[in-house]
Design a protein around this ligand. Structure first.
Ligand SMILES: *Cc1c(COP(=O)(O)O)cnc(C)c1O
Length: 377
């Protein structure tokens, strides 16, 4: 059996370091925020190429506070992609603003920068690109359109720790970058966690207050805030894990390279990052119009797969209020029907990749065969 994700293998490889860091927190009683969280904020901000990091209790909270820090609220619009996890959209609505969708580029699965300008209205305040599956959105044209219209850019980098665009890390290109440390993410806590990184001191200051009840110092509440604090144990775990992140990312990239090579000539559509991008493969998604059949057949061969995501947000009943319909974003809708995520974690071996690819190739019709069949009929 090849699991989709193997969190236990990773824990066992760093058990001594993690256990020591956790017991240190237990003994020092710094259970909420505290010195490990403060150090982790500095270390992760530096890793991401930003000046400040503010640890929070989830990626969703990071996005929510970034939107609030930008001064966005009721009556405002934020442009984003419908092909994402619901949290992106939820965070915009938590602030009272309206998410406005733009279709994706079918090759990258990320927001199509060429379609953004047409979605801008006098109420647009920000663009929120999502670096889906660990591949960064095309930031140059996104930043250019934002500059032309005076818009804030908030990166949803929840799946893109350490991803790069023209040598710059995810989270450092926009005004703010938001990360999730949910256990299954590329850098995962042993519980919930998130962070906003930014190089703008005014945003950092506001987010730092908002995550802890809007207080400038204890009991001096200058803003209406939240209890969005990161726990001490998570800070300690994340500090340990950050030291291994580059090696793990290279493990993912090696596995992805195996997949790419082992599926070449099979006709299977797979991720094609461009030269100026460092894909960190949170997810390795192939595409097939026969997804249900393939997923079942792979499961029978002992290969676990996932779907990220089966519905674009504009077609989810929870977001009926936005007034979109089927057909509004055809590329996002086709991707949601066809994507299939292969097993992906840093410890995946070449042998396991071969087993996965043999099973996939047995299902795929190679392009030359398809041509031959078409000729025969
Ligand atoms: C995981 C994720 C989030 C939310 O992060 P949580 O830590 O689960 O709250 C937001 N956006 C995207 C794209 C994600 O993948």
């Amino acid at each position: 059996m090849i699991p989709f994700l193997d969190l236990k293998a990773q824990y066992l490889s760093i058990k001594d370091e993690v256990d020591a860091a956790v017991s240190n927190v237990l003994e020092n009683c710094q259970y909420v925020l505290g010195p490990d969280v403060a150090s982790f904020e500095e270390e992760f901000a530096a890793y991401s190429g930003a000046k400040f990091g503010i640890g929070v209790n989830s990626g969703t909270s990071a996005l929510h506070l970034a939107v609030l820090a930008a001064g966005i609220g009721p009556g405002d619009e934020v442009i984003t992609t419908p092909f994402t996890f619901v949290a992106t959209i939820a965070a915009i609505e938590y602030a009272g603003a309206r998410p406005v969708f733009v279709d994706i580029d079918p090759d990258s699965l990320n927001i199509d920068p060429a379609r953004i300008e047409a979605a801008i209205t006098p109420r647009t305040r920000a663009i929120m690109p999502v670096h889906l599956h660990g591949l960064m959105a095309e930031m140059d044209p996104i930043l250019a359109v934002a500059r032309r219209h005076g818009l804030i850019v908030i990166e949803d980098a929840a799946q893109a720790h350490g991803a790069e665009y023209k040598g710059q890390r995810a989270g450092s290109l926009g005004d703010m970058g938001c990360f999730s440390f949910y256990p299954g993410k590329n850098l995962g806590a042993y519980g919930e966690g998130g962070m906003v990184v930014t190089s703008k001191p005014e945003f950092a200051k506001k987010i730092r207050m908002l995550r802890d009840w809007g207080a400038e110092k204890k009991y001096h509440h200058v803003l209406k805030g939240f209890n969005y604090r990161l726990e001490g144990i998570q800070g300690a775990v994340l500090r340990v894990k950050l030291r291994h992140l580059e090696a793990w990312t290279e493990g993912r990239r090696t596995a992805a390279a195996h997949y790419d090579r082992m599926l070449s000539g099979s006709g299977v559509k797979r991720p094609q990052p461009r030269d100026h991008q460092r894909h960190v493969f949170h997810v390795y998604a192939i595409r097939t119009p026969h997804r249900a059949k393939w997923q079942e057949a792979l499961q029978e061969q002992g290969v676990q797969t996932g779907i990220h995501y089966p519905f674009p947000v504009h077609l989810l009943p929870a977001y009926d209020n936005l007034g979109y319909r089927k057909g509004d974003f055809p590329h996002a809708e086709a991707a949601a029907d066809e994507v299939l995520s292969l097993p992906m974690f840093p410890e995946l071996t070449a042998e396991q990749c071969q087993t996965v690819c043999d099973a996939v190739r047995a299902l795929a019709v190679p392009p030359q065969e398809e041509v031959a069949r078409a000729k025969a009929s």
